[in-house]
Design a protein around this ligand. Structure first.
Ligand code: PLP
Length: 401
């Protein structure tokens, strides 16, 4: 029997999915589980989007579309980018993909050669690291620190740049910390990537989920940045359409043509009738998004207040996305220990921070894209858990739970 690829053996499974599988197993065995692990909005997809999808199916839009996606959808994405993000992209500068996940894959395949270096946030959504490694490029972490409000420190970032550095990944708003890149940092980043002639992957999937009217700027809107930026965005989070699998990449047309080669051999095109529904989402979705964001903001305020009232743990106030990144360092336990013990003892599923990179050690990620009732009860269990830890005495050794 031949062996499978050596490369695939090295590729890691998503640590987030691992927690979810373990939580679901416990749930099937009858344990009550509070699902705070997945980045999945708990809202249903708005009805008008579902109806648009059904209409498209009934009308017979069931065939392959252009590899690039329906022209009408690309036109409407172009309008959205101009109106909401101050970005000028024509339809031929947009490629519709099967979720941002596919867009990430396609863009990384398009820009990276083996040994190329790519700067990735630590902590950060892990696909960037795993796919770059798969492509035999060299992912290099730059650290985001709580004491800096998770703002990128330009001097530190610059130290990681070598002649082999090809690209910088920005996740804005950021998963897992909920931070938003400040205008000042964005301006400095612009100068830095121009100085070193880098590409930028700007992951803006949480761009519409922001609190206290905090503006999110796309680095592509800064002077002379369009030519070096790949804007990645999609429908999963803002419209609660994670299962529909639809996203897009915006970049200069000459790059889009190359990205399309990967996309063509990968998925051919995004599903036709889902593209139709996405047109309606963009046309009529503003109110639905506003309602969801209002609810997330209420939950965020509740969760942050409650977490910060528990001894030995605290969290940063997220400005966007729907995660709280909880500092558990004072407990003396590892992220893995706390996440495992919370799940097994109290049924509270969170993600150990180290899943997002080494700088995530000492943190757990809690997604507040869950109902208020679940959050209330789940956090009560967390309080009991940390209260008991306190009674048992804090261990200052990292445990191998
Ligand atoms: N980018 C970031 C930063 C994410 O957190 C996620 C999902 O959690 C994705 C991309 C993937 O999005 P999609 O569902 O569009 O593939």
């Amino acid at each position: 029997m031949k062996n499978l690829s050596e490369n695939i053996k090295k590729m890691k499974l998503s640590g987030i999915r691992k927690v979810n599988e373990k939580a679901s197993k416990l749930e099937k065995s009858g344990k009550r589980i509070f699902h705070f692990e997945l980045g999945r909005p708990d809202f249903d997809t708005p009805d008008f989007i579902k109806e648009a999808c059904i209409t498209a199916l009934q009308k017979g839009d069931v065939y392959y579309t252009s590899n690039y996606g329906h022209k009408e959808l690309r036109n409407i994405i172009s309008n959205k980018l101009q109106k909401e993000n101050n970005l000028i992209y024509d339809a031929d500068e947009i490629l519709v993909t099967t979720g941002v996940s596919e867009a990430v894959w396609d863009v990384l395949c398009t820009i990276l050669d083996p040994q190329d270096e790519i700067l990735i946030p630590n902590p950060g959504w892990i696909n960037y690291w795993n796919i770059s490694s798969w492509l035999q490029a060299k992912p290099v972490y730059y650290t985001l620190k709580e004491e800096d409000n998770y703002q990128i420190q330009i001097n530190e970032l610059e130290r990681f740049i070598t002649p082999k550095t090809k690209a910088l990944v920005l996740i804005n708003p950021h998963n897992p910390t909920g931070s938003i890149i400040s205008k000042e940092t964005m301006e400095k980043l612009t100068l830095l990537v121009q100085k070193y002639d880098l590409f930028v992957l700007s992951d803006e999937i949480y761009e519409q989920i922001v609190y206290d009217n905090k503006p999110v700027e796309s680095i592509a809107s800064m002077p002379e940045m369009k030519e070096r930026t790949f804007v990645l965005n999609g429908f999963s989070k803002a419209y609660s359409m994670t299962g529909w699998r639809i996203g897009y990449v915006a970049a200069p047309a000459s790059y889009i043509k190359e990205i399309n080669k990967v996309h063509q051999h990968n998925t051919t095109c995004a599903s036709s009738f889902i593209q139709d529904a996405s047109i309606d989402a963009l046309k009529h979705g503003k109110e639905a998004i506003a309602q969801m964001v209002k609810e997330y903001q209420r939950r965020r305020d509740f969760v942050v207040k409650e977490i910060n009232s528990i001894s030995h743990i605290h969290c940063f106030l997220p400005q966007g996305a729907f995660y709280t990144f909880i500092n558990i360092k004072e407990t003396g336990y590892s992220s893995q220990y706390i996440a495992d013990a919370l799940l097994e003892k109290e049924g509270v599923a969170t993600v150990p921070g180290n899943v997002f990179g080494p700088a995530g050690e000492g943190y757990i990620r809690l997604s507040f894209a869950a109902s208020q009732n679940e959050l209330q009860e789940g956090i009560r269990h967390m309080k009991d858990f940390f209260e008991n830890l306190k009674k048992e005495g804090l261990h200052h050794e990292i445990s191998n739970y």
